[in-house]
Design a protein around this ligand. Sequence first.
Ligand SMILES: [Zn+2]
Length: 813
Amino acid sequence: MSTRVIAAYALACVAPLVAFAERIPPMPETTYDIIDDFSHPEPATVWKPMAGSKPVSLVKIGGRTALRMRCNFQGTRMDRASWDHEVKLDLVMCRGLQFLFFCPNASPVAHFTVYLHSGDGWYRVPFDAPASAAWSIITIDKNAANVEGRPAGWDEVDTIRISAWRGQDTDTEFYIAAMGTFGTGGQIMVVRGDSAAAQAPNELESVRRYAGVMSELLDRAGLSHVVLSDLNVTSERLRDIKLIVLPHNPTTPETLTGELVRFLGASGKLVACYNLPASLEASVGIRTGSRISQEYQGHFASIRPSHDGLQGMPAITEQASWNVREASAVEGRSRVAAWWFSDNGQPTGKPAIIASHNCVFVTHVLLSDDPSGKLHLLLAMVGNLVPDLWREAAQSCLDRVGHLGPYDSFGAAKEGITEAASGDSRVLRILETADRLHSQALAMLSEGKYSQAIVTAEESHRSLIDAYCVAQKPLSGEHRAFWCHSAFGVAGMSWDRAVQLLAENGFTAILPNMLWGGVAFYASDVLPVAPAVEEEGDQIDLCVAACRKYGVQCHIWKVNYNMGWAADKTFMAKMKTQGRTQVGYDGSSNDRWLCPSHPENQKLEIDAMLEVARNYGVDGLHFDYIRYPGSESCFCEGCRLRFEKVAGRRLTNWPNCVRNDDSLREKWLDFRRQQITGVVTAVAEEARKIRPDIKISAAVFRDWPVDRNTVGQDWKLWCDRGYLDFVCPMDYTASSSHFERMIEQQLTWAGKVPCYPGIGLSVWSDSADICKLIEQINITRRLATGGFTVFNYGPTQANEVLPLLGKGITRKR
Ligand SMILES: [Zn+2]
């Protein structure tokens, strides 16, 4: 504890559990609804530590109270420090929880999780610690919750659990304060069709997906809203609601239709997609019918306004729908506002949108394609029904202009980018455009031209992003790579074009995934070849040829042990029959994964990679999944026999003995590590004999000291022994401060071996978030890694992200 930046004094005589913190930064003021300010007299009894965790204590900061939670990881075996707080919460009418959070040193924590208990289950939302210098607000969004067991609903939350998961064998602590809610008080309610779980369970996944798409669109529009289960809608909860959205509700509970009729009768408005309960037809004046399937792919490709369209709707909104709902207008009550057009631009004669005075009905769900078109279409629907919401959207859209990278306003962005441009006339010209558009948007807002104000504000924002990208400076000598998960490259693009784009935009390497544990996308003599190779050609040949042509390095990526989605079923069955697939601790079989200790599996892994080195002019071989799936495997009969040889005796009480018997535990973990390391060693040594200048690399988990035990991945050793020429930890977090902390650690483990951190672009909620990507690339530069590796090279990244990088941060000189 000597390195702790916080000093706390217990005032034993006043209140034994309250301490004053000297160097905790001041807490920011909060304006949200507070449900707990932690002013309990006895926090230790209210927040109960789980086994092994320390009791919480209270800290007074500027007259307010925070909880201090200590994580005693040093010298303990606990997976997490964790506390439970009994509550009685109804979170139905809000978007989720929020609280203030401060952690002076988050490195020892892998990640944090908030769990909310309800009924017989939990809602679980993980979060990463933000930058450590100050307090931040953590939001726990209900939409992001994973479900464990069978929770009874958001209105029956009876426990809040906060867990800090062990990342390192070092103690730390964190503070939370001002627990409250967010996302209350909106005028829009999105009703999610949870009743499908009982009546149409196969629809449940799409129910959740399209409720999510709708909520995201409303967020992007800056429209506050709640998402409510269709089982929870009551008159009381509808009191302040002006607009209800049914994003995809294949079933409608009777109580809901009753509420909807009353709501519409009291001048409420409705947007319904794909399904409109028959009992509402009279209230909304719109008739719907049966489902119409597409006659061919591309039949329903875009939504275009009729002569009497909704004000502000786009001329074309693209949407590749596979079926639509039959619907018609009722004379004198509603009208067709838009039609479906096919992909060759022909009208289909099928209505896409029908509008009445209190309802807009879309004949399919809103899909997430054409995000900009979809946003404006939704705004037009909402705005025509409730004009006030349009103003709210326009205002919030204007407020957001300039929120990019490190900037939080138009003024700050303009000033910051101007400074970064250091007189570069290209940047200054783009900034002038952004400025002009911003002024126009403000004028439109004040004239009540909301739709135009939104379009213009967005153009201004895009110009700022463009200027920001152009203002970035490249760094020479950098290793800049993309992983490409598809063996066939970027969808809709040849390997030649995909690699040309990388080269033109300053990237130096690609890591294409050409083989798995059970399938190859090239002419292999070792692994079963994917049938598509016959039609589409040898993918390594095509990729390597393009890389030679444009001067880009090609490191062939193999998924180890995991046979893969494309593995031949007969081959997989054969592996299982031969006892070569994994078995879990509980005896369950994992038919997709090959057992790492089986000698024939090791040979298969090694031979497949060496074959690539021998037959193709590749620059490198790249390991992935070079590990066990988790600590629950492998406990197959072969593993038992092979481990008995290491232990030097017959094992009774298998598999419990490797966990309960201390003399075996370390040996077992070593045994697992050796299986994986053996393959890495053999490939590295043999491949270098075949091709002396070949580079060996690996995609690895983030937290070596933990992962070497849980998944047997001892990558620090691989660096120390020189098996690897570079290593790519998969640091796929959207939190840049977490990203930075992970790399700081990893650089010490990699030692002299270059560490090119993996950036998780395509797994972030915005998979084209150029500003965050630039931020994380700049972190790799600040830490002098010498390069980075971006996941994943797909169409969005190739078409939208790469050209923006090439304008500045990876610009070719
Ligand atoms: Zn095994």
